[in-house]
Design a protein around this ligand. Structure first.
Ligand SMILES: NC(=O)c1ccc[n+]([C@@H]2O[C@H](COP(=O)([O-])OP(=O)(O)OC[C@H]3O[C@@H](n4cnc5c(N)ncnc54)[C@H](OP(=O)(O)O)[C@@H]3O)[C@@H](O)[C@H]2O)c1
Length: 324
């Protein structure tokens, strides 16, 4: 079968597509014939050796797949060949088939396409865990989303809206902000043009942000923290800007607010049942049309470098998907 392989750390152009042996299902695993692979910002890091996980060479990027169960190993209960499924793989997904522990697999109804399903697990899973479990977002609260047109950002707009929050979407261009409004943002801020702290205060009628969702970090973090409301929650999602901010803790004291870490990958390992319940909820919401992951573009396995370059260049609105 064909697989996108990273044989040494480097840029997307260093990836190669080669033929590798078809996988067999181990104990408690199922082999999925991959139909679609969701790419994420961290795929651009994992191939450079800059991510927290460094798989052994050669490895395929691709942390989430959707497809059809081809075969099951011993003790792989609840799944059978022919089932449509979605799975979190961590890496290894950018290929024609992969063997995955059944605990990482959730069945898909016919209403949810493979492309849509491949866009659900990581970004929407992270966001549901962040907003509900970690951020305790309540109806009527002001939710400020940074990097709002990106993968996690679009999920925060949609899930925040479903949870009854008022969404202030922040991004780097008028085109991205228009996209955010089209998926439900109530107000928008261009942080390349406006003073972020003042703009958040204005957009919240002077109250400030009850919850900040931050997948960008860097220079945006401190002004966003300065615009928090009393008792707010600042959700640390990631550092797409490339810079990990250092923040004055006196601000946290003065605002009686919390800085809350969100590590979804670890949540998947430590709380597998809660994770599966969240994915089932997301799949149901998607089937009902209550969330609709935006697919920026679809790419073949051979075009994986183009997709990763688009993510690096901040061009992608929503998700880039490999279609196998
Ligand atoms: N904590 C967790 O469990 C968890 C889970 C999933 C992802 N993450 C992390 O969350 C972050 C965002 O992931 P994502 O999938 O949403 O990424 P994405 O789709 O690429 O979106 C990231 C956004 O960040 C902004 N950005 C600012 N500076 C950037 C730069 N130098 N390069 C690229 N983007 C830049 C861009 O928006 P503008 O152009 O509008 O500024 C972009 O849309 C990543 O660091 C990822 O590793 C964390």
């Amino acid at each position: 079968m064909k697989a996108v392989l990273c044989k040494q750390f480097g840029s997307p152009e260093n990836l190669v597509v080669e033929t590798v042996p078809y996988p067999t299902a181990g104990e408690g695993e199922a082999v999925i014939a991959v139909a679609a692979v969701g790419l994420n910002f961290f795929d651009t890091l994992i191939i450079q050796g800059k991510y927290q996980f460094k798989p052994a060479f050669p490895f395929s990027p691709g942390a989430e797949v959707a497809g059809v169960v081809k075969s099951v190993g011993g003790n792989a209960q609840g799944l059978a060949p022919g089932d449509r499924v979605v799975a979190f793989t961590g890496w290894g997904g950018a290929c024609e088939a992969i063997s995955v522990p059944v605990a990482r697999i959730v069945k898909l109804p016919d209403e949810v396409s493979f492309e849509m399903a491949a866009a659900l697990t990581v970004t929407y899973g992270t966001t549901l865990h962040a907003l509900a479990d970690r951020g305790r977002l309540k109806p009527g609260e002001n939710l400020v989303v940074l990097g709002a047109a990106g993968g996690t950002g679009q999920a925060a707009i949609e899930i925040g809206k479903l949870m009854g929050a008022r969404i202030i979407a922040c991004a780097s261009s008028p085109d991205k902000l228009e996209f955010c409004r089209s998926i439900g943002a109530d107000a928008t801020i261009d942080y390349t043009q406006d003073n972020l702290k003042d703009a958040i205060r204005m957009a919240t009628g002077g109250q400030g942000a009850d919850v900040v969702y931050d997948p960008v970090g860097g220079d945006l973090a401190e002004p966003a923290l300065r615009a928090m409301a009393w008792g707010g929650r600042y959700l640390v999602i990631g550092f797409a800007s490339g810079a990990v901010p250092r923040l004055p803790l006196n601000l946290v004291l003065l605002k009686g607010c919390e800085i809350v870490g969100v590590f979804w990958g670890s949540h998947v390992e430590r709380e597998p049942e809660a994770h599966r319940a969240n994915v089932r909820k997301l799949v149901a919401w998607c089937a009902e049309g209550r969330i609709r992951p935006h697919i920026h573009g679809t790419y073949t396995l051979d075009q994986a470098p183009d997709a990763l370059r688009a993510i690096e260049r901040r061009e992608v609105k929503g998700k880039a998907i490999l279609v196998v």
